[in-house]
Design a protein around this ligand. Structure first.
Ligand code: SAM
Ligand code: SF4
Length: 329
């Protein structure tokens, strides 16, 4: 069992497969050419399989594959198949993707044992979608979302990062979309993990405002009064329409006390918090020929260093050097 020094149990591992991306969401990746991790620094699928096996033996129950854009990495279904061998101790394998390349992998991902998929969808208007992501691909992403539903992924979740002045006028449209298509729509507060370091509090649309705006159009009912280690407050529609709304408000409604997550970057660094300013080099320990017991010890020691909370709201807050795309959201 992985437990940190604040007695939080770590059950959820996010693995970034690459820091590269074919989109340029302004809140995540810079325009221009960032300095990507060198290929030899990336953990191979064999290394990831071995590390995941160790993590699962230590009590990790959920693995989410993310990035950068995970589907840019070649043969992701092969990795999913390797991870699926860790079931049933590993209970859930999920993927977060921008959806651009999902269609050609949907079937093989399903067959390989992927349980769930989450798509990023920040606008339902083609022009705005292009402006936010840098790519004219709304139709293609919507087609991926429908395909995921047809392929039996359930529930299909959609993430929208709400940024003032960009897409905060679409909250009700998103809720309507969730109802029409029976998807779980998650609204995420904009976090200071953007490459331009342009984040400021005025850009954040609070979870409360999101909830109130949607509730005024489509009355909501809180699904569970205790969200456990989950990050979102979940709501159903009072009129029993299909679909679900989730609100993830790390800035205005901090949930660090119940955090069960740990992250592994594509270049093999463990991050104990999205906002960590320190990383722990698991790759070098692994490649130095450490035994399994030594790796276990390393991981357990790192987990003990997990921060009690983030400091976004403190005057002395320092934005991490690496942006969301490098950390693995
Ligand atoms: N490329 C994939 C995608 O976009 O779904 C996976 C990686 S992306 C970094 C994972 C999630 O992080 C996305 O849902 C994205 O919207 C979110 N994200 C990125 N930057 C963020 C920020 N500054 N604040 C809040 N969420 C952010
Ligand atoms: Fe790429 Fe995802 Fe970041 Fe957008 S949010 S730039 S799709 S990694």
């Amino acid at each position: 069992m992985l437990r940190d020094s604040y007695n939080r149990t770590i059950r959820d591992l996010r693995i970034s497969l690459t820091d590269r991306c074919n989109f340029r969401c302004f809140y995540c990746l810079p325009h221009g050419e960032p300095s990507w991790a060198k290929r030899e620094k990336l953990l191979s699928f064999e290394e990831l399989e071995y590390i995941a096996d160790i993590f699962v033996s230590l009590g990790i129950q959920k693995i989410r594959l993310t990035g950068g854009e995970p589907l840019i990495r070649r043969d992701v279904p092969v990795l999913v198949e390797k991870l699926a061998r860790l079931k049933p101790h590993l209970q859930d394998i999920a993927l977060t993707t921008n959806g651009y390349d999902f269609a050609r992998h949907a079937e093989s991902l399903k067959n390989a044992g992927l349980d769930r998929v989450t798509f990023s969808l920040d606008s339902l208007r083609p022009d705005k979608f292009s402006k936010i992501t840098g790519v004219d691909a709304l139709e293609r992403v919507l087609a991926s979302i429908h395909l995921a539903q047809e392929s039996g992924f359930s529930p299909v979740k959609l993430n929208a990062v709400v940024v003032r002045g960009h897409n905060d006028d679409e909250l009700v449209d998103f809720a309507r979309f969730a109802r029409e298509y029976g998807v779980a729509m998650r609204f995420i507060e904009f976090m200071p993990l953007d490459s331009g370091h342009d984040w400021n509090r005025d850009h954040v649309v609070s979870g409360r405002e999101i909830r109130e705006t949607i509730n005024a159009a489509f009355p909501l009912v809180l699904k569970e009064t205790n969200r456990g280690s989950g990050t979102s407050w979940k709501y159903t529609f009072a009129d029993h329409s299909p679909g679900e709304i989730g609100i993830i408000a790390p800035v205005t409604e901090m949930f660090c006390g119940a955090c069960s997550r740990i992250r592994l970057t594509a270049d093999g660094q463990i991050r104990t918090c999205l906002f960590s300013n320190t990383e722990h080099n698991l790759r070098d320990v692994l490649r130095s020929g450490a035994s399994r017991d030594e790796l276990v010890q390393f991981i357990e020691d790192v987990v003990m260093k997990k921060e009690p909370r983030h400091h976004i709201n403190d005057a002395e807050f320092v934005q991490p050097q690496r942006t969301m795309s490098f950390i693995g959201g």
